[in-house]
Ligand binder design. Structure first.
Ligand code: NAP
Length: 327
């Protein structure tokens, strides 16, 4: 049986095409999944356009997310017909990924689809939403609670940010969303943001510590914005660092850490331990499920559309989440 997949052949730009493959040509694994949905994350866009070194080997099928149904299994953990999710864990980085009608992976990276999610909803959330939840999970594990005060979310119109706003607000946090897009204000308020502010209107100051204004942060942007926000985090607050949409640079001092007990927390979805990944997906299928999932889908793509969409995402013509739908 042959099927279609998007394959990247080398680091050279545009050295990719849709190919016909057999299951035996996929990287190894003990379960085969018939893909129902995937999604295009920022990282996928970097891989597909060649603008970031995401793939660790060539040729490879990109796509760090997939949901679908098991059609072959030699693992005791899963049987044919089980609905599952795979995200991160090397998918689309060092093993063939989700931009493929079939995916073969080791059972130990597969997550059972929570009963509260469809395969479509799981990929609407995808790695972006999973990472938003991972951030909050790390913050709460480190003591963050709603009564401490508002959480500021940067890059709020993006995939991670828009889901972070929804989850935080559902969990009872007051949310300040930071977005450079006027067009996102109404939507972010609907998702639960109490306030939507443009980065340039935050007045972040320059002193090592400024007036404490937020109890914590989820930051997708990095650079000056993150450096500035760190100066305003209140006692024992947590800053979850997710992304570098603007810059990987972080200029700070130890003052927020040693005088306010502030913690910087990392969120690395690709290599999140399996047990924590499973716990987060189960939460996302229950009381952490974002309330406006359908709203954040900006495009429904086929394999043919992924390259163009990736360019649009990186040039900021698109924000939100794009689903890849398989027949
Ligand atoms: N650590 C992890 O495991 C992990 C997982 C997923 C994603 N990420 C990273 O998290 C970041 C956000 O991912 P995403 O999927 O939400 O991306 P996205 O949908 O493209 O959103 C990024 C948002 O960041 C804001 N932004 C600010 N300055 C920007 C700039 N110079 N260029 C582009 N965007 C800028 C924009 O929001 P506004 O217009 O609203 O300001 C944009 O919508 C990315 O850096 C991504 O690589 C990390």
């Amino acid at each position: 049986m042959s099927f279609k997949a998007l394959k990247i052949f080398s680091e050279k730009p545009n050295d990719l095409k849709i190919v016909d493959l057999e299951i035996s040509e996929l990287t190894d694994g003990d379960v085969v999944i018939k893909s129902e949905f995937s999604s295009v994350n920022y990282k996928d866009a970097l891989a597909v356009t060649g603008q970031g070194k995401i793939l660790r080997q060539f040729p490879l099928i990109p796509g760090i997310d997939v949901s679908g149904e098991i059609v072959e299994s030699s693992s005791a953990k899963f049987k044919v017909g089980d609905k599952v999710i795979v995200n991160g864990s090397g998918l689309g980085e060092n093993r063939d990924g989700g931009f493929s009608e079939y995916v073969r992976v080791p059972a130990d990276i597969v997550i059972s689809l929570p009963s509260g999610l469809s395969t479509r909803e799981a990929m609407t959330i995808g790695t972006a939403g999973f990472t938003a939840a991972l951030c909050l999970k790390r913050m709460e594990t480190n003591g963050q609670q709603p009564h401490q005060g508002p959480i500021i979310v940067t890059g709020a119109s993006g995939g991670v940010g828009s889901i972070a706003v929804q989850i935080l607000s559902k969990k009872g946090y007051e949310v300040v969303a930071v977005s450079s897009k006027d067009s996102s204000v109404e939507k972010l308020k609907k998702y639960g943001a109490k306030e939507v502010v443009k980065p340039e209107n935050l007045n972040l100051g320059h002193r090592p510590l400024e007036k404490a204004r937020w109890a914590g942060a989820i930051d997708n942007v990095g650079g000056e914005l993150l450096s500035g926000i760190a100066r305003h985090i209140d006692l024992w607050g947590n800053i979850s660092c997710v992304g570098l949409a603007d810059s990987p640079v972080l200029n700070t001092t130890v003052m927020p850490l040693i005088l306010r007990g502030v913690s910087f927390l990392g969120a690395s979805s690709a290599n999140c331990p399996h047990s924590l990944r499973d716990e987060i997906w189960q939460d996302l299928g229950a009381d952490w499920k974002p309330s406006y999932l359908n709203d954040i889908i900006n495009s429904e793509l086929s394999l043919d559309d992924i390259t163009n969409y990736s360019e649009e995402l990186l040039s900021r013509k698109k924000s939100g989440r794009a689903l890849v739908k398989f027949q």
